[in-house]
Design a binder for this molecule. Structure first.
Ligand SMILES: [Fe+2]
Length: 271
């Protein structure tokens, strides 16, 4: 009799534990899902791999949204595009992807960008080029907008680099929150005042905020450290993450591919 009771007890507690685990997993899945927002990888495989390593060590459940410019400038555009495509179907069109089928657009780019985009066209492959032609200009999720350049007229490829040029976009913005990249300069710009320090802030759903996540593959704010954002859509907070990576390896690859040397040098300067 005692043995039967013991078996029942073990079964009862096992089921209880199993259900708790399931409930815990469900809560984590639906309430602490972090959104990792990445942008402007620019064919920099070393920087992308460093971000993937970071994501793998994240404690929370997470998913990825990419704001475009996976290609252009860097030496591994095809590899980077394939990796990002395998991680997420939430990928926005960047101006460098836009330039792939639009050869006339080359003349709106700087000389180095033009040279790199012509080289990229040659090695990207048909499958990647087709996938690029299907990318949306923006992705909307409830009250959050993801777009490469700016929420107002995204195809104008406007640069958001400071509070002043963010302001003209904020007044036109229809969503509470918008994530952008494009300028390669990270920053958080709210219509009203922000709470918290500049790298980790709690936002207000009643305010309007633009978060520039910076660039993974070609930072331009004076630091060579790559940049991206982690968004907690439960407590509506955003953190800009900066990481070091082996940019010297990328520089060597740029040189080997005979891409403009300026594109290699700027990685070390973060400019
Ligand atoms: Fe870019």
């Amino acid at each position: 009799m005692q043995t039967i009771l013991l078996v029942f007890k073990v079964l009862f507690y096992s089921m209880h534990f199993y259900n708790n685990k399931r409930i815990y997993k469900l809560i984590r899945k639906y309430h602490t899902m972090k959104i990792v927002v990445i942008s402007d990888i620019h064919g920099n495989l070393e920087a992308l791999n460093r971000v993937l390593e970071y994501i793998e060590n994240m404690e929370d459940e997470n998913r990825i949204v990419c704001l475009g410019d996976i290609i252009g400038y860097g030496p591994d555009p095809a590899e980077c595009f394939k990796i990002v495509e395998s991680l997420t179907d939430k990928i926005c069109l960047g101006n460098h992807e836009y330039a792939i089928p639009e050869e006339d657009f080359d003349y709106q780019m700087t000389m180095c960008a033009r040279e790199a985009i012509r080289w990229t066209r040659g090695i990207l492959g048909e499958e990647n080029s087709e996938a690029i032609s299907r990318l949306p200009i923006q992705i909307e999720e409830d009250n959050v907008l993801y777009v490469h350049a700016s929420p107002d007229d995204p195809m104008q490829w406007k640069y958001i680099t400071n509070a002043r040029n963010a302001y003209s976009s904020l007044i036109e913005m229809k969503h509470s929150l918008c994530f952008v990249g494009h300028s390669h300069i990270p920053g958080i710009y709210a219509y009203n005042e922000l709470q918290g320090d500049s790298n980790k802030v709690t936002l207000s759903r009643d305010d309007k905020t633009i978060v520039n996540v910076g660039s993974i593959g070609q930072p331009r704010d004076g630091s060579p450290m790559l940049s991206f954002a982690v968004f907690d859509d439960d407590n509506w907070s955003v953190e800009i993450i900066r990481l070091e990576y082996d940019y010297q390896e990328t520089m060597a690859k740029i040189e080997k591919a005979n891409l403009p040397l300026f594109l290699a040098e700027r990685l070390a300067r973060g400019a």
